[in-house]
Design a protein around this ligand. Structure first.
Ligand code: MG
Length: 268
């Protein structure tokens, strides 16, 4: 008999951190589960992690046992560059962020400003080397009217044994200076899902978003009209479903269980 979860969809959007890996540790059974999804439909990894480009994500995942091609990953670094190109054409940006974000901005045809007072946009993602000088430069860009573009606002992300500060910590530092983002690209923003559906060439009703975080993966998927599946290997727990009122279509202990008949349907 066809599996009720797998047979319901033609395409699968899958989060990375907390679903496939925790830090640099693959989650047991996740690689086989991705293969099972790929046998049923298209797979696109939709991640808020802006520190890597598509190519860097694919290389890292391949080294961890997930045979993923660069065009099967849609990180917020790529989505941000694509969104800005769609909306404004090539522009001059200042950024808080890491090499992968810079690579995607440049690959899309944007340029990095020679100084922050010349930037049309301030693009902010996770930056593990952020310091007072970086905040000062960002403030200069914002004071001069640069558009504040956040790759994502994840407060934390899961690693073995706990969590680390995410891109939301960088955005929060700028909020603390009195500036709110003009636009947020990553989940739960509908922008991320819109770009993902375009990449898949799929309609919302044929796609399920699989993630570990109710407020981003699941809430954004629901708002975009997708079915959603929560796996309990990352941030959110089953108790959080009742607490938050954010109710996924499916829940499973992990990605392996989701693809092997262990998906529990919570809503139709
Ligand atoms: Mg996650």
């Amino acid at each position: 008999m066809a599996d009720p979860f797998l047979s319901s969809y033609g395409a699968f959007l899958v989060d990375i951190d907390g679903v496939l890996v925790r830090g640099a540790e693959p989650i047991p059974g996740a690689a086989e589960a991705v293969a099972a999804l790929a046998a049923e439909g298209r797979v696109l990894l939709l991640s808020n992690n802006s520190t890597r480009s598509r190519a860097q994500h694919a290389a890292r995942l391949s080294s961890l046992g997930f045979p993923i091609a660069a065009d099967q990953v849609l990180p917020s670094s790529y989505a941000t560059a694509a969104y800005l190109l769609d909306e404004q054409g090539p522009l001059t940006a200042w950024m808080i962020g890491e090499q992968g974000l810079r690579d995607e901005l440049e690959a899309a045809g944007h340029s990095i400003a020679s100084s922050p007072d010349r930037a049309e946009a301030l693009v902010v993602g996770m930056d593990r080397a952020i310091d007072y000088g970086a905040l000062t430069a960002a403030l200069v860009a914002l004071e001069r009217g640069a558009r504040f573009v956040a790759t994502n606002e994840d407060g934390t992300f899961p690693v073995p044994g706990g969590v680390l500060p995410g891109g939301g910590a960088m955005v929060g530092a700028l909020r603390g200076m009195g500036f709110a983002p003009d636009v947020v690209i990553g989940k739960p923003s509908p922008i991320a899902y819109r770009i993902a559906l375009r990449e898949l060439g799929a309609e919302a009703n044929d796609v399920v978003m699989i993630g570990d975080r109710l407020e981003t993966d699941i809430a954004g998927g629901i708002a975009t009209g997708l079915d959603t599946a929560l796996v309990l290997t990352g941030i959110s727990t089953f108790a959080d479903v009742d607490r938050s009122g954010i109710r996924p279509t499916w829940v499973a202990d992990d990605l392996a269980a989701l693809t092997r008949g262990g998906a529990r349907r919570l809503r139709s």
